[in-house]
Design a protein around this ligand. Structure first.
Ligand SMILES: *Cc1c(COP(=O)(O)O)cnc(C)c1O
Length: 379
């Protein structure tokens, strides 16, 4: 069904056509051409990331991160259940067992106070997910990881151009992955990254990304022919996708500011309902700078959430719930999780509703969304 006011519309800057055409005209459309390098350079410089590897998706970035963690069968990885399936699947495919930890009631991020209790001698990595582009408690998680000799892999899919204590999300753990999927703030259709923040992992990363060969060394003239040296895959985005993406990364700031204006508009318009105890908006800790990836509301109950979503849909407005907790999915239950295993996750997932938030959302459309919420909740 087409919605009059959809949940999302991918942003287009207007330069995408020109850049894609340039890539085609230059005859450079495979990976690691000028546009791929330009995107990586912008991300490295803006976010102080030692090495950004452009990826076909964030999922691919996480899968490569799992390979770099050198997971052995039976190893465990700690992650939230309230996340996208790729956070878990990437490590599962590498042989790990997912250990789901509950989330904080304020940010819906991995509850750092519960992580240490979930560590066993088989734990290999902690995978915090920066939900809605709001940073997890990276200092605490980093300290725990150091103490127990674990790697930290940030699922920063939603965290491009967001900060924790002035450090860019995705630049803080040993590894980090961004997404440029259609639904994110900066889009390439499909696309992502893997940040290599721990330089000890860089050499192997280059090899795994290039089909398990040392071709990057060959390109740099460090060896005279390249060969098969490790496991690997083709973790390469097309130059066409990166040409498209460059047009978006050149607009990091305007896109952020527009999203911010919309999010602040929601916060302001819905404040009376929040004061009346009818809903709750996002919480952002003092030391985090968000990127306005999402504006969600938490309703009093699942029934209210469903009723409101239905009413909005009837008015042509698409407001959507988010993750079905992974531990309650058919896959997640295979590890013995059941209803009640992660109470905060289960409670919040049932009550959360995401509102339309995209660059082209007009003020009158936003008013309509707010009016719809108000009339339903105050009826
Ligand atoms: C979007 C998203 C992903 C997957 O990103 P793709 O680029 O579509 O592979 C992974 N994790 C989280 C938290 C996401 O929001």
């Amino acid at each position: 069904m087409a919605h009059r006011i959809p949940f999302n519309k991918p942003y287009v800057s207007g330069k995408e056509n020109e850049y894609v055409t340039r890539a085609i005209t230059a005859g450079e459309i495979a990976a690691d051409g000028r546009f791929t390098k330009a995107c990586a350079r912008i991300l490295e410089e803006r976010f102080s990331i030692p090495k950004v590897l452009m990826m076909p998706s964030c999922t691919a970035g996480l899968e490569m991160a799992a390979l770099l963690c050198d997971i052995q069968p039976g190893d465990e990885v700690i992650l939230p259940s309230y996340t996208f399936v790729s956070t878990a699947n990437a490590f599962l495919r590498a042989g790990a067992r997912p250990v789901f930890v509950d989330i904080r009631p304020d940010t819906l991020n991995l509850d750092e106070t519960l992580v240490e209790a979930a560590i066993t001698p088989r734990t290999k990595a902690i995978v915090p997910v920066h939900y809605a582009g709001v940073g997890c408690e990276m200092d605490v998680l980093g300290e725990i990881a150091r103490k127990h000799g674990l790697l930290v892999v940030e699922d920063a899919a939603q965290g491009v151009h967001a900060y924790y204590r002035d450090r860019a999300l995705g630049s803080i753990g040993d590894l980090g992955a961004y997404s440029f999927h259609d639904t994110k703030n900066y889009v390439a259709g499909e696309g992502g990254t893997l940040s290599i923040n721990n330089r000890a992992l860089l050499e192997r990363a280059e090899i795994i990304r290039d089909k398990g060969t040392n071709r990057q060394k060959f390109f740099r003239g460090e060896i005279d022919k390249y060969t098969w040296v490790d496991i690997g895959s083709s973790f390469l985005p097309s130059e066409i996708s990166c040409a498209f993406l460059l047009a978006q990364l050149e607009q990091l700031e305007p896109i952020l500011q527009r999203r911010r204006a919309i999010a602040e508009g929601y916060a302001e318009r819905l404040a009376p309902l929040e004061r009346a105890g009818l809903l709750r908006g996002p919480r952002v800790p003092e030391h985090c700078r968000q990127n306005y990836h999402m504006f969600y509301i938490l309703l009093a109950s699942e029934a209210v959430r469903e009723g409101l979503a239905t009413r909005l849909r009837q008015d042509g407005i698409q407001a959507v719930s988010h993750y079905v907790p992974l531990h309650l999915s058919p896959m997640g239950r295979k590890w013995g999780y059941e209803d009640g295993s992660l109470p905060i996750t289960e409670d919040l997932a049932a009550r959360l509703l995401r509102l339309p938030l995209y660059f082209a959302l007009s003020a009158s459309d936003q008013d309509e969304v707010c009016d719809g919420i108000q009339s339903y909740l105050q009826a």
